[in-house]
Design a binder for this molecule. Structure first.
Ligand SMILES: [Fe+2]
Length: 231
């Protein structure tokens, strides 16, 4: 995929930022919505359950969520898939039992001006690791496994790539501390930009172009809400 608008996407990039935009009551409302929503997918391979934030389950909360994101991000459009009638989901809840591999959520449309991802933890133990390297292609999973690299994705599936790799060996201590679920050879040439240590009550805003993954620190499971945006 040859992405258009790369200059515009770059001009919107910034450092990851923690904000506290939701009250305790609102976080509880979001957790209750998560419990009420139907399961969307259960990916056995990644050991992750996903639910989409379907509108109109709690109309008051839909409005609060959108308006608070708008205050934090300025103008944006939702980019989290849509339901059968073309209505935007407001985010994707993910309940993961094992840490996600290195990937990027840049989407599948070359014309989109991708913007921020907004992560709101609903459980407190865990981290999201952002690397310095960025990616402007399709959503991709980064691997050094030759078999995985042969995978031919469907239109809505992540590419596989080893283009993240470089020459410098990854820091052994950082690997031990955060990334034991990833082969250290698959981190060659990578450097950490930012470690977001999950805290309930906070929300993290980061560019969608950051290559990232979960840390290996999971206690039983992690539950979070992610909203992807575009301009
Ligand atoms: Fe992600």
């Amino acid at each position: 995929m040859k992405r258009k608008n790369i200059d515009q996407i770059k001009s919107l990039e910034s450092k990851p930022k923690i904000v506290s935009i939701f009250s305790e009551k609102e976080i509880n409302m979001i957790s209750e919505l998560f419990d009420a929503l139907p399961e969307k997918t259960y990916n056995k391979k990644q050991n992750i359950r996903k639910k989409a934030w379907i509108q109109n389950y709690n109309k008051e909360l839909d409005k609060i969520y959108f308006n608070k994101l708008k205050d934090a991000l300025g103008d944006f459009k939702m980019d989290n898939l849509k339901n059968e009638t073309g209505e935007d989901f407001l985010g994707l809840f993910h309940e993961s039992f094992s840490p996600l591999p290195i990937h990027v959520d840049t989407g599948f449309n070359a014309e989109d001006v991708i913007y921020k991802q907004v992560i709101t933890p609903l459980s407190s133990v865990g981290d999201t690791i952002f690397f310095k390297k960025r990616w402007y292609g399709r959503s991709t999973t980064f691997t050094n496994d030759p078999k995985e690299l042969n995978f031919k994705p469907k239109p809505d599936q992540n590419d596989r790539s080893n283009a993240h790799l470089g020459d410098k060996e990854f820091d052994i201590n950082l690997h031990k501390k955060y990334l034991t679920h990833i082969d250290i050879k698959n981190l060659r040439g990578m450097e950490i930009e930012y470690v977001y240590n999950w805290k309930i009550g906070e929300t993290l805003i980061a560019d969608r172009t950051f290559i990232h993954c979960a840390s290996s620190r999971i206690k039983n499971k992690k539950i979070g809400l992610t909203t992807f945006t575009k301009k």
